[in-house]
Ligand binder design. Structure first.
Ligand code: FMN
Length: 358
């Protein structure tokens, strides 16, 4: 019987355990979205994870919606990432790049030429965005023209190729948490009347086109995808999350992906993102490697792997505060507590200075 500490075949790679580091935006990239030496230290400290999923990494200037987040669209960014992937590999780890376009979760001050952020439909999310000038209300985004979508799909392909060229072991297509691809998937943010809106087939078209081209470019066994079926953050909802995401997962089965990553965020606030269902039930529909996430501790994660409710478990906040999370889980050592005030932005404090076990 497998447990959290069993190795796992993930696409072409044998990973040493089933403890993944969840994607974590930390807003410490340098000028122009270039990864820094400090980021290399941070990821290297966490290289004992079976798999590291990088922080959300912007595929284009238009994809940016948070301050000081890294990109993967130019050579300087790729050079920065190459330093990080090398450091992780030298320590025997594996790392994939989370490909991110924030869609409407941005602000003109972060967009090229001060343009409006883009989205499937011109619907402003409720809430505020953190800009260099402080918090500001979200603006009404510009609905993408259907003629722009092939170019957008191509940006995902180029970003995936750049990621592999930077030494990443693969990519995770970010289709969760209210960002661009998720905005297309759920009908609260997608009111389009063309081939990309309406039915689930239409709403999932952009994601499937992105996966098609990314899989062709880097190989499906190096591609994962992240979904968040009942997650309400960023003003997200769907009239039928169970129907929508069951159909999507069935379609994803056709690709032969490295893994499906489903975050359960929202199960503690049933109904906020639409009629409730338990997203963990999607596991039964999926014919590949399944990664679960959200609120797991060691014992719950171990139980999930032992009962085959998941093949691996991603940890977010526990990995922020515990670079040696795997060793702590193995020995049953207590965990450091995380300091949320240092999650986003800053330097070493709350980033690379969490202590290892004595
Ligand atoms: C500081 C912070 C940054 C995050 N950044 C991302 C991100 O870039 N991409 C993403 O898909 N999820 C992101 N998340 C969500 C985490 O990947 C994860 O789903 C969440 O922390 C729940 O897992 P946990 O209970 O183990 O912490 C972030 C969460 C936190 C706390």
């Amino acid at each position: 019987m497998s447990d959290l500490f069993s190795s796992l075949q993930l696409g072409p790679y044998r990973v040493t355990n089933r403890i993944a580091m969840a994607p974590l935006t930390r807003s410490r990239a340098g000028q122009g979205g270039v990864p820094t030496e400090l980021m290399a230290k941070y990821y290297a400290q966490r290289a004992s994870a079976g798999l590291i999923v990088s922080e959300g990494t912007c595929i284009s200037p238009q994809a940016v919606g948070y301050l000081d987040t890294p990109g993967i669209w130019n050579g300087a960014q790729m050079t920065g990432w190459a330093r990080i992937t090398q450091a992780v590999h030298e320590l025997g780890g594996h790392i994939v790049c989370q490909l991110w376009h924030v869609g409407r979760i941005s602000h003109p001050s972060m967009q090229p030429d001060g343009s409006l952020p883009v989205a499937p439909s011109a619907i402003a999310p409720a809430g505020e965005v953190r800009t260099a000038q402080g918090p500001q209300a979200f603006v009404k985004p510009r609905a993408l023209d259907v003629a722009e979508l092939p170019g957008l799909v191509k940006q995902y392909r180029v970003a995936a190729q750049n990621a592999l060229a930077s030494g990443f072991d693969g990519v995770e297509v970010h289709a969760a948490n209210g960002y661009l691809l998720d905005e297309f998937l759920r009908d609260g943010s997608n009111r389009r009347t063309d081939a990309y809106g309406g039915s689930v087939t239409n709403r999932s078209r952009l994601l499937l086109e992105v996966l098609e081209t990314v899989c062709t470019a880097v190989g499906a066994d190096r591609v994962g995808v992240r979904l968040s079926p009942v997650q309400p953050v960023n003003d997200m909802r769907d009239f039928d999350p169970q129907g929508t995401f069951s159909q999507i997962v069935e379609r994803l089965n056709d690709f032969g992906l490295a893994y499906l990553h489903v975050t359960n965020l929202g199960i503690e606030t049933p109904g906020l993102a639409g009629p409730y269902f338990d997203p963990r039930s999607l596991r039964a529909l999926w014919r590949g490697i399944y990664m679960t996430n959200h609120g797991y501790d060691r014992d719950a994660a171990n139980a999930a792997v032992k009962t085959r409710a998941a093949d691996l478990v991603a940890f977010g906040v526990p990995f922020i505060a515990n670079p040696d999370l795997v060793a702590r889980f193995k020995t049953g050592a207590p965990l450091n507590a995380a300091d949320p005030s240092t999650f986003y932005g800053g330097a070493e404090k709350g980033y690379t200075d969490y202590p290892f076990m004595a």
